[in-house]
Design a protein around this ligand. Structure first.
Ligand code: SAH
Length: 344
């Protein structure tokens, strides 16, 4: 069944006219959707029109299924889709606002060795409206409304799935969530994280969106990268760096590299030197993430001290680098962990 959340305001207007309804109804429907409401709970729409809508559209595409609250204010959500698939997301509360991490696929087919999202492969892509519905559900849950009264202020596409493997829906999602009468979240406050699907990095650079591009590198050379990320067999690091430079030139936005620290695998002195060399000479930032250990995988994380040492080695070489605050380590924080604990 179709979902209204996939539609722009213009598209809802066309749909409403085709149902022989008055045009102003479209805006009422659109406003209700952006408040995270199900069709059956629209209060300013007649019973007849609701019935017409329900004959064609899902009542609501996604519901919050569980939520886990961490001691640091992070909330991990599992959502149930209308086909009963489970996806997940994390809300991180900062002083400047609330960032929601959203999923773009049910599962993932990228096969990274350290990641829980890919353990069961890819089930299906999410539609733009299903990605949007995660933001709408959490925003409503926090008591947020639309525009400047929203409670979710930033979005990162770092949940389950590979965003650039679901390109069209992801780009449409960015247009939907940034629409002024929806949540009006500027693309500048949205990060897309990718394991490095090079052709789609070039495509994204041409969209005229100012989104932050984050690339999951996790290794400073192709030989090592191939042992933990199968995508490295398709695209080399030098191709990725070239695409990242192009993205920066086109958008003016500094590219971020993610580097999960895995003890004894990618945290040596040599790795730090090689990594610094790769990003030399163009504006980037490196985010170090101490590996979130996943039960099904036998890779080990680093201590706080080891992470600090690695950071210092990069800083000595002039690299802009931070260690990502490990959040929510008391709940199922790593991608795919919460879903696995529900579906297993
Ligand atoms: N598929 C996209 C986005 C999803 S994951 C990507 O690859 O970028 C978001 C980030 O978390 C990625 O950098 C991913 O490599 C990383 N990640 C996945 N599992 C992790 C784990 N167990 N510990 C630390 N980081 C992990």
């Amino acid at each position: 069944m179709k979902i209204l959340q996939d539609y722009t305001l213009d598209e809802i207007q066309q749909m409403i006219l085709s149902l022989n309804e008055q045009k102003f109804r479209a805006k009422q429907i659109y406003d209700n959707i952006n408040l995270g409401k199900s069709i059956s709970s629209f209060s300013n729409i007649s019973k007849e029109l609701k019935e017409k809508l329900l004959a064609e559209f899902e009542d609501i595409p996604l519901k919050i299924y569980t939520e886990q609250h961490s001691h640091d204010g992070t909330i991990k959500f599992a959502y149930e889709l209308s086909d009963k698939n489970i996806i997940e997301g994390v809300l991180m509360q900062y002083k400047y606002g609330n960032t929601l991490c959203v999923s773009t696929q049910v599962g993932c087919r990228m096969g990274c060795k350290f990641c829980a999202s890919t353990l069961h492969g890819l089930t299906r892509n999410l539609t733009a409206g299903e990605i949007l519905s995660q933001v709408l559900a959490v925003n409503a849950r926090l008591g947020g409304k639309t525009g400047k009264h929203r409670k979710v202020t930033n979005v990162v596409l770092m949940g389950m799935g590979e965003p650039l493997d679901n390109y069209d829906n992801v780009v449409k999602f960015i247009r939907l969530v940034s629409a002024p009468e929806s949540l009006n979240i500027s693309p500048r406050n949205i990060s897309i994280s990718t394991c490095g699907l090079v052709p789609n990095i070039y495509k994204l650079a041409e969209e005229g969106l100012q989104v932050i591009l984050t690339i999951s590198l996790h290794a400073p050379n192709d030989t090592l990268r191939k042992t933990i990320m199968p995508i490295a067999n398709s695209y080399s690091i030098s191709e990725i760096i070239k695409a990242a430079r192009y993205y920066f030139e086109k958008t003016g936005r500094r590219v971020v590299f993610e580097y999960a620290l895995i003890d004894g695998v990618n945290n040596t002195k040599e790795c730090a030197a090689e990594l610094a060399n790769l990003v030399k000479g163009f504006p980037t930032h490196i985010n170090l993430i101490p590996l979130n250990e996943v039960t099904e995988r036998d890779l080990k994380t680093v201590t706080h001290k080891q992470a600090e040492n690695f950071k210092a080695m990069l800083e000595q070489r002039g690299v802009s680098v931070t260690i990502r605050r490990t959040m929510a380590d008391d709940i199922d924080g790593a991608c795919g962990q919460l879903r696995n604990s529900i579906i297993n």
